[in-house]
Ligand binder design. Sequence first.
Ligand SMILES: Cc1cc2nc3c(=O)[nH]c(=O)nc-3n(C[C@H](O)[C@H](O)[C@H](O)COP(=O)(O)OP(=O)(O)OC[C@H]3O[C@@H](n4cnc5c(N)ncnc54)[C@H](O)[C@@H]3O)c2cc1C
Length: 465
Amino acid sequence: MVDFNRKFGVLVIGGGNAALCAAISARRLGASTLVLEGAPKFYRGGNTRHTRNMRCAHDAATGILTGPYTEEEFWEDLLRVTGGQTDEELARMMISESKDILNWIVEQGVRWQPSLGGTLSLGRTNSFFLGGGRAMLNALYRTAEELGVEILYDAEVRDLNIADGMFLSASLKHNGEHKTVSASTLVAAAGGFEANIEWLKEYWGEAADNFLIRGTPYNRGSILKMLLAKGVQEIGDPTQCHAVAIDARAPKFDGGIITRHDSVVFGIVVNKNAQRFYDEGEDIWPKRYAIWGRLVAAQPGQIAYIIFDSSVVTSFMPTLFPPIAGASVAELAAKLELDPAALEKTVADFNAAVRPGTFDHTILDDCRTEGITPPKTHWARRIEKAPFLAYPVRPGITFTYLGTRVNREARMLMKDGKPSANMFAAGEIMAGNVLGKGYAAGIGMTIGSVFGRIAGREAAKNARN
Ligand SMILES: Cc1cc2nc3c(=O)[nH]c(=O)nc-3n(C[C@H](O)[C@H](O)[C@H](O)COP(=O)(O)OP(=O)(O)OC[C@H]3O[C@@H](n4cnc5c(N)ncnc54)[C@H](O)[C@@H]3O)c2cc1C
């Protein structure tokens, strides 16, 4: 049982990757460490439960990774996906530190496995967790417990006592009772606000009602909101988030990875007016898959349909939901409740615009359209082999980027620019420092691991003084 009369060295709020990396790192430096996880034990670990891999720089192939991925290449990838909207100093530091994380995380009990197949060609850049995110988390929890980190589940923090940029105590509700915990330092690792539809609506309006949340319902942004209200500097655009196209039949929360569709490059995408609206072949899938959530969010009714034919069915990883099928394009349209004539015309116009080429989804191939808007610049092949198939998709919000500003020590900065006396942040709650917009697969876990490890270390040092 947690002794609420005691003052802890480091209090960690959150129970995902960032929180556990911070807690382990603090405890390894001798700090008494308490983790408060808002979710019940079964649901511990926030969005981290759903993850599969992490992107780390490395100078040579490893037993798992097929080739080198230099710091410079990682930086260039980040620069491209964010369009330069990143804090260069922090991002470069994170990339440099990510090299060490490949081994450090193994020392904490996590095991790697080679890249999974499918359309995300990540074998060189990303290491996959053996057994997925849940196994990864279980390893971190086991290590934390063995080291003597105290962990309380069902412990949602409801208030923070902060005076002049200094954390004093946290109030929580546990087993129906209100408790207060004080600690010398705070690590906030409580995720973004993606599961808070009302907050999303402030920026997206009523459209947010049609968003599906891919991960935990517990990331409601309450800690982020409190910190910003108590003088912490904010970073990031509140409308920016990681959002992908997921099956419209997925549950409102926690549908996870099996609801994501990676089939966009193999077909065309139309809105509810049966019109195409974006180049489905713009870039290699792992670099561009995360734009489709936002694209669908901008369409009427926040719904779209990936249309393809039976010739490509085995080309991508299947999802939980079977495609909707029709013997003809018109029959498919009727099942999707789209105007059959409009969909027939869209498919016919697309087919007529396809130029001959050699298909290869692993490179920017020469299969493209000519004379239609928007074009499909790669991987364009005619949709003509019955049965015709479709997946209905909606925006699946993964995580938001609005966050707390931090420095190289993962220490929060206050609105006046001064570093907080004793508050640190890691993971989604500060992702906006690195991700102004855009995403490259596996960076979420890099942000959590690198800044979590640093936050724990610096919080432990701070607690000692
Ligand atoms: C389906 C899916 C697949 C993904 N796949 C990948 C992938 O393969 N690679 C990758 O890099 N990223 C992936 N991501 C993104 C990744 O999950 C996040 O970037 C990462 O897990 C964030 O870690 P975190 O510790 O900051 O947050 P989380 O793991 O979400 O943890 C936040 C924690 O805070 C707790 N919490 C919230 N509010 C409170 C409160 N008031 N009091 C106490 N506790 C609170 C929550 O319960 C939760 O435990 C994926 C996300 C999803 C949804």
